[in-house]
Write a protein that binds this ligand. Structure first.
Ligand SMILES: C[S@@+](CC[C@H](N)C(=O)[O-])C[C@H]1O[C@@H](n2cnc3c(N)ncnc32)[C@H](O)[C@@H]1O
Length: 392
């Protein structure tokens, strides 16, 4: 039987390529995505069917999605509306026919003035037909309130910022959006002065049909919550979580607002003009506080036997602060660590950089049932974190 391999190429997955789970896991381009084998192994080894999985920093929803396809209920929280749309769409995709019907309606709803470009960036990024479609979708789709609109919005967001010839745009980095000025300069330098002439309705119809080719996954209940994780968790009654599986934002690396500005614009948010203002947690105290707040609020929701698995950046500050906060919130628990051995699903690999260098550290508090799993999966009890970190 042909089994599919994740991008890291290292582990066999539960799915073959021609399954809905395989197709839908990949929906959404995001920074620091969990490779499917990582999420699968953790959910399989650390929970039983019916036990709940929580990811308070869920990004594009890989952990909650994987859990629900393995018949574990899940809850994913993210502060970024882009991550939330992907997560919510994957946890409850609308039927294909309704999504395709809505695509036609949105396409018919565009107005002549929607073709007009408002900036040099728009002129070079999208052909007039595409601009017109995007503006209509931005106006018409109720992505917060309606599952059909949200599912369609997930497809639009995915393909409006893509490689040239693949999606609806001139050449763009599919994961992170650079500043408009940088994009214009780069296209000019490369001679990519005109966006590709794409029929947005036909292109999206094809992409949607391809995604639905094997149907939608069989899932148990999962919920996606848009909001600040500590606040959301504070407001919930006890969730009885058996596995906290998460990857907090990396300290000083990415800016989850500006880096998604194109897709956020699509969701109706204004452009953030100040490219100097960042949300990269340059302030280490602020970063430590965030981790502490979210882990403390998560703690209340864990059952006694729960396991905690946190994927952290290999960079010193992120990793050290992560361990510091884990020890602070769970002082009586032993912490186990392993370095990733294969490249992550990140853009650096996709663009030919990176390689097989370890990029992340996984921290495990195994709870009552994770000890055997931890040994079988390459974890060692932390004696000195320094052994795992690059030289200062
Ligand atoms: C490393 S990414 C998670 C990626 C995810 N594991 C995946 O596979 O897609 C961290 C996420 O934390 C989110 N985030 C940052 N601060 C947050 C907060 N206070 N509450 C909720 N989410 C937050 C960011 O928007 C980002 O999506």
């Amino acid at each position: 039987m042909k089994r599919c391999r994740d991008v890291a190429g290292s582990r066999a997955l539960p799915w073959r390529g021609n399954t809905p789970e395989h197709r839908w896991y990949g929906l959404g381009r995001y920074y620091a995505m969990f490779p499917p084998s990582f999420a699968y192994d953790a959910v399989q080894g650390l929970t039983d069917p019916g036990e709940r999985v929580l990811d308070p920093f869920c990004g594009r929803g890989n952990a909650p999605f994987m859990a629900t396809t393995m018949q574990r209920p899940s809850i994913g929280v993210d502060i970024n509306p882009v991550g939330w749309v992907y997560t919510a769409a994957k946890l409850g995709p609308a039927p294909a026919e309704r999504v395709l019907g809505r695509l036609r309606e949105v396409s018919d709803a565009s107005r002549p003035q929607d073709r007009r470009s408002r900036s040099r960036f728009e002129t070079m990024a999208w052909a007039p037909e595409v601009r017109s479609f995007l503006r209509a979708a931005r106006r018409e789709l109720d992505w917060r309130g309606c599952a059909v609109d949200r599912t369609l919005m997930a497809f639009i967001m995915l393909h409006m910022q893509d490689k040239r010839g693949t999606g609806l745009s001139n050449a763009l980095w599919p994961t992170i959006a650079c500043s408009p000025a940088y994009a214009v300069k780069w296209w000019t330098r490369k001679g990519l002065l005109r966006p590709p002439n794409v029929d947005p309705k036909a292109a999206l119809e094809e992409k949607i049909k391809r995604r639905y080719r094997y149907g939608i996954p069989r899932q148990t209940h999962g919920s996606a919550v848009l909001g600040e994780a500590a606040t959301v968790l504070r407001q919930q009654n006890c969730l009885k979580v058996a596995l906290l599986l998460t990857s907090p934002p990396y300290c000083g690396v990415t800016d989850y607002w500006n880096d998604h500005w194109i897709r956020l614009w699509m969701l109706g948010y204004g452009l953030r003009k100040n490219w100097q203002r960042s949300a990269r947690f340059e302030n280490r105290d602020g970063y430590r506080e965030l981790l502490r707040d979210v882990f403390r609020e998560s703690q209340r929701h864990l059952v006694d036997s729960a396991a905690i698995l946190v994927r952290s950046d290999l960079r010193r500050h992120t990793a050290e602060m992560c361990v510091e906060v884990l020890k602070d919130v769970w002082p009586d628990e032993a912490i186990f660590v392993r370095a990733t051995t294969a490249p992550s699903e990140g853009e650096s690999v996709y663009h030919g950089h990176g390689g097989r260098r370890a990029k992340e550290l996984d921290f495990l508090l195994p709870g009552q049932r994770g000890m055997k799993w931890s040994a079988a999966n390459g974890f060692r009890e932390i004696s000195s974190l320094g052994d795992y970190l690059p030289a200062a």
